[in-house]
Design a protein around this ligand. Sequence first.
Ligand code: 0RA
Length: 663
Amino acid sequence: MKENESTSVAGQYSADSIQVLEGLEAVRKRPSMYIGDVGSRGLHHLVYEVVDNSIDEAMGGYCTDIDVTINPDNSVTVEDNGRGIPTGMHEKEGRSALEVVLTVLHAGGKFSKDSYKVSGGLHGVGVSCVNALSAHLTAEIHRDGQKFIQEFEKGIPMYPVKVIGDSDRTGTIITFKPDSEIFSASTTYNYDILATRLRELAYLNKGITLTLTDLRDNNGDTENSNSDDSDPTSQKETFHSELGLLEFVKYLDGTREKLTEKPIYLESDKTGIPIEIAMQYNNGFSENIHSYVNNINTIEGGTHLSGFRRGLTTTLKNFADKNGMLSKLKFEIDAADFREGLTAIISVRVAEPQFEGQTKTKLGNSDVMAAVSQATTVALDNYLEENPKDARNIIDKVILAATARHAARKARELVQRKTVMSGSGLPGKLADCSDRDPTKCELFLVEGDSAGGTAKTGRDRNFQAILPLRGKILNVEKAMEHKVFESEEIRNIYTALGVTIGTEDDSKGLNISKLRYHKVIIMTDADVDGSHIDTLILTFFFRYMQDLIKNGYVYIATPPLYLVRKGKQEQYCWTEEDRKEAIELIGKGKESGLHVQRYKGLGEMNAIQLWDTTMDPGTRFLKQINIDNAAEADRIFSMLMGDEVPPRREFIETHAKYAKIDA
Ligand code: 0RA
């Protein structure tokens, strides 16, 4: 926060105005520095930024409802029933407090106590950033019995705040339209992305009611909104949680078989650091711990996560020892064994969080470690004493995990050993490329040997390598670890990629520093089987090589669905709309005389066609896989690939319009 030492009021005003313009310009020049990127993430981040301010107001106890609306023109309105941003004249700045909040970078803290605001990192850059990156922004304030309004263009006020009527309520209503000059790829909001975040916020901030309403005709799921057969129904959801993380864990673990009657839940504020934790064991094999600091998902973990792990391990170990439950065990239990099949959420509020790590999502504050560890120990100890049956189930699960891990050790070593490989140490089935610079190289994981053969012929062997996979790989969601490492297909993937794992008991010590390709492209048929294989491979990457996804190295190739041809004229089509367009263009609207070929699989294309449509970097479409929301991704994978069938059907039915289902 700047301290301005100007003497005259007028002088100060103009100096501040210049600073405002410079500030806005800085944001518009390097938007990524403030909101991460100008792609889909950055676009959605604008909404989170505005909602965060309303959440702060709610955390202070002044606001109960936050309504987010996606308007027909893809602008977004965030409305709350808080006190309303103050509209009075701000003496020192020579303009209203509202204008200061909306135009001065990091001004938020000037007026509110801002106790759990985040300094640095992605969040907490302030509404002024949203304003700077919006073609238009309207602030409507209800306060002191009046209704105020002020509008902005690219962050610059169109006029000072003015009264436009009376009001019998209080609150803030911000409507902004992202600037397409900044978000040049797309300014179309995705309902599901916003819904997932608002749901998460409802669980993280119990008691608050958040709603999401989509007023667009087609709910934003197509870029070309000119189709006239769109369904004009609006979509609306309400998110509210009375029990907070307790309900969040139930939601995330909905389809898994639980080991305890209900989640273990704790809330504590003993050390001045508010801590909320919910955890539940299931009979699965993965560890799903999600941690948050001031509502931000700390995907790189940090001191709060370490504290939780330490508390969990020592408490369970002491309890088991004390009750003689480990006496029969002939080997050491590893810390990871205490977390197999555990779903947990840790949420802490830290006044001055220090964020470290590559993506600034790793908490560094050292005092948080002991606070979380202690809170975990106290709550877990009580729970185990009071629920002996659950305690027995948990310890049995830990012993099972330890035994399986012990057995898996050999299998893990198999991955590292050069058994199924050719002289080069690479899998015999791999057709490698000649370039050795990983940043230039691509590996295609191809469904089936026959398509693999076509891809080998069609590729550019300088930088494209091919690894054919035999049909469906193992469903790792349902398999114990040693089965995974015993699978030949999966071992081939490890060795082809040059990715290694710790052969010690901590199997998750993934090492991708020798990764041989920075694009790993899954290429399967454009049918139901192909989608299933995509999901199986993605599940494997998500559970065993998550760093690959996080670094943006994983892609899905998109082969075309049709070829429309007449004489020498031909056009490949990826969607139904493409096909209609091609018929319009080549056949002048008539299908007679046209040859329309439906591609059911990669095998129907020859090598040249496969290169032209799916492999040539100049013309192909690659879908990059990213994890927008780790908790939701975890839930979806457990549901799609786990053993409970009914929820899977429900998911496919409700998402049928997204799923590619063959007629
Ligand atoms: C500063 C002071 C006061 C309220 C707010 C900020 C405020 C900001 C936002 C942003 C979105 N919704 C908001 N609601 C409130 C209140 C000061 C007072 O009334 O004493």
